[in-house]
Design a protein around this ligand. Structure first.
Ligand code: GCU
Length: 591
């Protein structure tokens, strides 16, 4: 069809998204932790594009006149649009956009001058949910998934002056991961940094390193994938361990096992080593902790010693920044978690920023990371599975080298149906195959009639997560002990959620709903049950660290917040139950 600028071509087009979704950006990860990157963060121009006119009318082609030089009337004005900070969640940037769900078109110009590199990539740290990316009038690809990084090669399209356009759509959809119904706020936007990577022709696309399981902590496995060369030799060095090794590259890949006895990383001693990997003109330096996480019967072993996970669940949110949390906010959360005597955090229900695992490596905290296969996903939809699996692969690629991450979770609270079992057992197998060095889990539900752990997914994971709300959604508390007695999982179980709501500062009787006293009473009963639990209980993580925005919670006390936090939304007030967990975990830690 002839180019008609911004008029007739777009108004009859119904399936306009199809061609953009035909070019999905998947598995695009580049090992970039420790690499120098140039930031494209700052104020970008933006428009609220409720009808997806940018994609329908192809604004990105910037056809301003016809073949005779006569001007077309344009419905957009990229460089004179209003401006929005990137990274940010648009919901926190403009009052008008607080509840907006749809497309926002972001654009900015940037200059490029070659500094001797052969290849250039643009990294988008995360954008919720669908991102359609254009550079210099060309559609570079479309990414699905709101919380994992993706990389786009722009080597051949860059000029001296460049324009990038990203149409971000956060509409909740039945076929997305998560689907249209969740228990958290649907933030939108480019909520993690946008950066430029300058790379040589052949570069290190993927570098993985870990202590070899069962090597008595005396062998280290390393694997490297090269983009741009089939053969050659990579060089691995760990100066503090006296390691200098060569890794032959064949078919673009190489792996090696080296003898080394590193000081083991753990929560109390989060020892990190400078690890250098180089190939021809490319090199990366990462800070790596060496530890082993395994299960033995019903026990979880960290570095060969049984460990009880003293956890807390947390969303990724701050009052001021929504999902786009700052490094300071992450560090505050870890400080408060350690104050509660935690050694473990469940980063629910989607991949948090890579900074979370990087800082956890540094300060010593064990992490459960999760993809948002949450509640009633469209389990019999192959495109939905491909989206979920891609998010899992992007998460594992991003955080593989982070010692703090011990568990990959493939989902949360899904009904035990045949299509769900097929979908999630395949995800669990993919996670295990991609990363045999970690534990695979999921937050499952117990059988509501038999009060027993019967979820068929349990056979496919290393550690079983169980969400239970005895004392809250299920007021009859005695059933928790019945659940423990009735179940014989033959593998470690973590109570991955339990809790109750409490309005910060609201006091009353132990039975008065939404008071801190009621929440405390529920926690005290839960703690008593944990103390009497069978040995297969290997950890607990209350729901949740702090009150968080939630459109489903509308009673006058909740005020569109889920109030199960042990802290107020601003993390400034500790509810009574915080101290109950602090004491319980403190006693466990001193045993
Ligand atoms: C569920 C779910 C959470 C939710 C919580 C609640 O278990 O996993 O995402 O917020 O219960 O109802 O508060």
């Amino acid at each position: 069809m002839e180019k008609t600028g911004n008029f007739q071509e777009g108004i009859h087009l119904v399936e306009y998204e199809k061609k953009y979704r035909a070019k999905l950006i998947q598995n695009s990860g580049i090992s970039d932790y420790g690499r120098e990157k140039e930031s494209l963060d700052g104020f970008w121009n933006y428009a609220i594009d409720q009808y997806d006119t940018c994609l329908r009318q192809k604004w990105f082609e910037e056809i301003y006149e016809n073949e005779n030089g006569l001007e077309y009337p344009m419905d957009f004005s990229f460089d004179t649009w209003e401006r929005m900070r990137v990274p940010s969640c648009w919901n926190t940037q403009k009052e008008l956009l607080h509840l907006y769900e749809g497309t926002i078109v972001y654009t900015r110009r940037f200059k490029y001058k070659n500094h001797g590199e052969d290849r250039v990539f643009i990294k988008i740290g995360a954008a919720n949910y669908q991102s359609v990316v254009f550079v210099n009038k060309q559609h570079m690809g479309t990414h699905l998934g709101g919380d994992t990084p993706f990389f786009i090669e722009v080597t051949d399209v860059l000029q001296k002056d460049n324009r990038i356009i990203i149409a971000v759509n956060n509409t909740r959809r039945r076929t997305n991961v998560p689907c249209e119904n969740t228990d958290w706020f649907n933030y939108g936007g480019i909520h993690r940094s946008v950066e430029i990577l300058r790379l040589p022709k052949a570069f290190i696309q993927d570098f993985k390193i870990n202590l070899q399981r069962g090597s008595d902590f005396k062998k280290i496995d390393a694997a490297v994938c090269i983009n741009g060369s089939e053969s050659g030799t990579a060089k691995l060095s760990i100066p503090q361990l006296g390691v200098n090794a060569e890794i032959p590259i064949t078919g673009g890949k190489g792996r090696i096992t080296i003898d080394a006895a590193p000081r083991l990383w753990d929560v109390e001693n989060p020892t990190l080593y400078d690890v250098h990997i180089a190939f021809e003109n490319d090199s990366i330096t990462e800070k790596i902790g060496f530890r082993e996480i395994t299960v033995n019967g019903e026990d979880i072993l960290l570095n060969g010693k049984k460990i009880f996970l003293r956890g807390i669940c947390t969303h990724e949110e701050s009052v001021e920044n929504g999902r786009a949390v700052t490094e300071e906010e992450i560090r505050t959360n870890y400080r408060l978690a350690k104050e509660m005597n935690c050694n473990f955090m469940r980063l629910a229900h989607y991949p948090h920023t890579e900074k979370a695992a990087q800082i956890a490596d540094e300060i010593g905290m064990l992490l459960w990371e999760e993809i948002p296969v949450y509640w009633a996903i469209e389990f019999d939809n192959p495109a939905t599975y491909a989206d979920a699996e891609n998010q899992l692969q992007e998460l594992i690629h991003r955080d593989y080298n982070r010692a703090s991450v011990i568990i990959w979770s493939v989902g949360n609270e899904n009904e035990d149906t045949n299509s769900r079992l097929t979908f999630m057992s395949k995800l669990a197998k993919t996670a295990k195959t991609t990363d045999p060095s970690r534990l695979i889990s999921a937050a499952c539900l117990y059988d509501l009639h038999q009060y027993k752990i019967l979820d068929r997914l349990c056979a496919h994971v290393d550690v079983i997560g169980i969400n239970e709300y005895f004392g809250w959604y299920n007021p009859d508390f005695s059933q928790l002990l019945r659940l423990f007695e009735n179940s014989n999982p033959n593998k470690p179980v973590i109570i991955s959620e339990f809790g109750a709501c409490a309005m910060p500062h609201m006091r009353g009787t132990k039975d008065e709903l939404f008071t801190e006293d009621k929440q405390l009473h529920v926690f005290q009963q839960q703690i008593e049950a944990f103390k009497a639990a069978p040995p297969y209980l290997s950890g607990v993580s209350p729901w949740i660290f702090f009150d968080f925005r939630c459109p489903r919670r509308t009673n006058v006390l909740q005020g569109y917040y889920n109030r199960k936090g042990l802290l107020s939304p601003d993390k400034k007030h500790k509810k009574l139950a915080f101290y109950a967990m602090q004491e319980f975990y403190g006693d466990l830690n001193n045993q």
